[in-house]
Ligand binder design. Sequence first.
Ligand SMILES: [Zn+2]
Length: 233
Amino acid sequence: MPTMSLHSSQFRLLTDYLLNTALDVLFPPRCIGCGCVGSLFCARCQSEIVMPPVQRESGSPLDAWRASAEFGGAIQKAIHAYKYKNQRRFAVPLADRLADALAGSGWEPTLITAAPLHELRLNERGYNQSALLAERLAQAAGLPCRADIISRVRATRPQVGLNARERQANVADAFQAHDVAGASLVIVDDVYTTGATLRACAQALRSAGAARVWGLTVARAHIDVHNRAAARP
Ligand SMILES: [Zn+2]
């Protein structure tokens, strides 16, 4: 019955709102960087994180890419809480960083999209963290978001623990895209490590007729082949 579902969804919104407000009063958010009370990721900590410049790669299906930070410190903690501790509210400050990175990039996208999540991960976590970031970024930038235009067409292993060559092979031809002819797109992902996933997504978008493709991530990390655990984003 539509009336019932409308009422129950409104009731759900109201109870969620009251619950979140009560939780914020009882347990005020603390900054993940410095611990100060009042926000998840305070303005002072954010301003101390240097935003790396736009990067270009020769022979890449990506026109360029940019990360909003080097992986480490408060940004590492925030990404970890967001990805592995199910704290979706970190999508807001992290997507704000993406919006700043996009605003200073000189790119002129017509559409925002996201790297698809590994199916196993989607089942475990229940949401695609990159799609959620893409949606928030699109709202902030006043652009449309289509997180569903890139799909995984064959199974791949999680990239964690693989070296650069293994990562490239693992995701080669793993993706397909549709409805992007002539579009200029930004692909959102959480961490740029070797860029293998972003390039494979960009290649799928190009094959489907995309005009321009850029990559945007919250952080960039470096693989340490001697200590893979330490490099794990
Ligand atoms: Zn802080």
